[in-house]
Design a binder for this molecule. Sequence first.
Ligand SMILES: *[C@@H]1O[C@H](CO)[C@@H](O)[C@H](O)[C@H]1NC(C)=O
Ligand SMILES: *[C@@H]1O[C@H](CO)[C@@H](O)[C@H](O)[C@H]1NC(C)=O
Ligand SMILES: *[C@@H]1O[C@H](CO)[C@@H](O)[C@H](O)[C@H]1NC(C)=O
Ligand SMILES: *[C@@H]1O[C@H](CO)[C@@H](O)[C@H](O)[C@H]1NC(C)=O
Ligand SMILES: *[C@@H]1O[C@H](CO)[C@@H](O)[C@H](O)[C@H]1NC(C)=O
Ligand SMILES: *[C@@H]1O[C@H](CO)[C@@H](O)[C@H](O)[C@H]1NC(C)=O
Length: 291
Amino acid sequence: MARILETWLGCCLLVSAFGMVPPPENIRVNSVNFKSLLQWDTPALPQGNLTFTVQFLSYQKFQDMCTNTKKTECNFSSLSKYGEHTLRVRTESEGNHSIWVNVTFCPVEETLIGPVGMQVNALSESLYIHLSSPQVENEPEGWTLKSVYSAWAYHVLYWKNGSDGKIPLMSQHDSLVLQNLEPWTTYCVQAQAFVSDRNKTGKWNEPVCEQTAEDGEEDGACRHPPLLAHPPAGLRGIVLRGLAALLLRGAAVGRLQEDQVCPLAQECAPSAPDGVLESPSSQHTPLLPTV
Ligand SMILES: *[C@@H]1O[C@H](CO)[C@@H](O)[C@H](O)[C@H]1NC(C)=O
Ligand SMILES: *[C@@H]1O[C@H](CO)[C@@H](O)[C@H](O)[C@H]1NC(C)=O
Ligand SMILES: *[C@@H]1O[C@H](CO)[C@@H](O)[C@H](O)[C@H]1NC(C)=O
Ligand SMILES: *[C@@H]1O[C@H](CO)[C@@H](O)[C@H](O)[C@H]1NC(C)=O
Ligand SMILES: *[C@@H]1O[C@H](CO)[C@@H](O)[C@H](O)[C@H]1NC(C)=O
Ligand SMILES: *[C@@H]1O[C@H](CO)[C@@H](O)[C@H](O)[C@H]1NC(C)=O
């Protein structure tokens, strides 16, 4: 203990004697949905009034981003989403300053994708799921991450509440329908964004659980023939999981989605030909059923 204190005192006396200001510590970027903050910790030296300055490199010259701030973070969301940025930060104290510490960051590659929005409505033995992309920070309303990442899709998990068997699906649409579920059963759904061309996944959202009812007549027009007519429950689960796993690996897009999942708007149009999957526009406003 004494030795540690001695070393610490030695270090700090030395530092003050030479008038050196320690640089900020633990420098990191916290970036979610393109809201990007450079953050750091105050160096361990109690040297009175410390302030910090952050600059960014633009056309080979550094420009100020945050100057003489007492905060330990600097918002650089206003910089372009594309391209790699070089930022640097230093400590200032009583007219002296530390060395600069560099950080590089490429928002479009490195920003984290936050949880997606999700609405789940049960109608008879189906669940209607509507997913929405998060907004981009510092852009007008309606600018979503989906408009930045063209290969935007969703990983969806659903399961019977209380069971461990989570069934994975992939959807390129904002709306999908899970059909032929068990009646009077509570299912839970969870989703995350997935950007395949960048192998980037978002944060999972909180599961939403809804209880199915029994098939009435009102949604008869929205049904496909089931994948397997009425297999024993156990077998059905296994087959679905197997297929879904294939889907997730990108090996197959087809049977499962075609028969068990369909984009909502297209599917419920009275004249939609049976088995048509792709919705011509992903911008449609889905007609969520009111139960
Ligand atoms: C700033 O640092 C220099 C040495 O680099 C030192 O001589 C000077 O006293 C310091 N100034 C203040 C105000 O601490
Ligand atoms: C810090 O700055 C305030 C005024 O901004 C001053 O009153 C105070 O004496 C300074 N503290 C030290 C330790 O220099
Ligand atoms: C920080 O980045 C600038 C610009 O790229 C470069 O000139 C400088 O050498 C870098 N400094 C360090 C310590 O890496
Ligand atoms: C960060 O900066 C952007 C653009 O300058 C601004 O729209 C946003 O509100 C700021 N966010 C915070 C948390 O300060
Ligand atoms: C899910 O099941 C658990 C017990 O396994 C129960 O406590 C909970 O209320 C159920 N949630 C819903 C939404 O039904
Ligand atoms: C995609 O990312 C995951 C981890 O997030 C990694 O395990 C996998 O190997 C990556 N795939 C490719 C093709 O880079």
